[in-house]
Design a binder for this molecule. Sequence first.
Ligand code: NI
Length: 252
Amino acid sequence: MYIETHAHLTMPEYQDLSEVVARAQAAGIEKIVNASFDLQSSEQSVKLAKQFPGYIYAAVGIHPHDAGNLVLEKIKELASNKEVVAIGETGLDYHYNPQTKEVQQMAFRNFLSLAQELELPIIIHAREAQEDTIRIMKEENKGKLRGVFHCFAGDEQLIEFAKETGFYISFAGMVTFKKAINVRENVVKTPLSMLLLETDCPYLAPEPHRGKRNEPAYLPLIAQKIAELKGISMEKVAEETTQNARTLFKFL
Ligand code: NI
């Protein structure tokens, strides 16, 4: 069994949601964490989790744009729902939004603080912003920071930082992309005890579905690649990553 730790099933791509969920179940996905990126998707994620109780759970958060006080209050309110297991995604992305660095950093700080206040793990997206991500996390860590670097695109320094802080590292379908050599090297460098699996669907469909709509049922293709890279069985990857996800999101 697998846990899909990062999907976006509230996107308009999923008009056939019940079939998507049925295929996920048939593929051995035991739970799905649905991540959000703005206020609307956060509200929708909570609704979705209520529609599939015990199967889909929600993460609420804003990324990577403005998160003023009003938005923060609303996210906090949403997080009080029992279906919410994490804050996110949030973080820093200087690739798409280099002009809003300060605003992103402020929002990131607010969410790091909120996650600790609510004692929830945080799902972090860091792209071309590794140094600031580490610096701000160090500054905001009150000793209660837990979470995952999702769709990992960092280097050894961020893997080391994750090790020190007890953060998990999650890989998506990019591990199967021919040119993503760095991503595969990161898989090799990351201990299995820190690894989570995600599809980040509808984006980043793994081979042989690359370029098409992604969905949680493709998660085993990512597990298969990771097993191959680490020279272990798929069962071992499934077992350990599922245990890691249960620990992080407190699925008991
Ligand atoms: Ni995402």
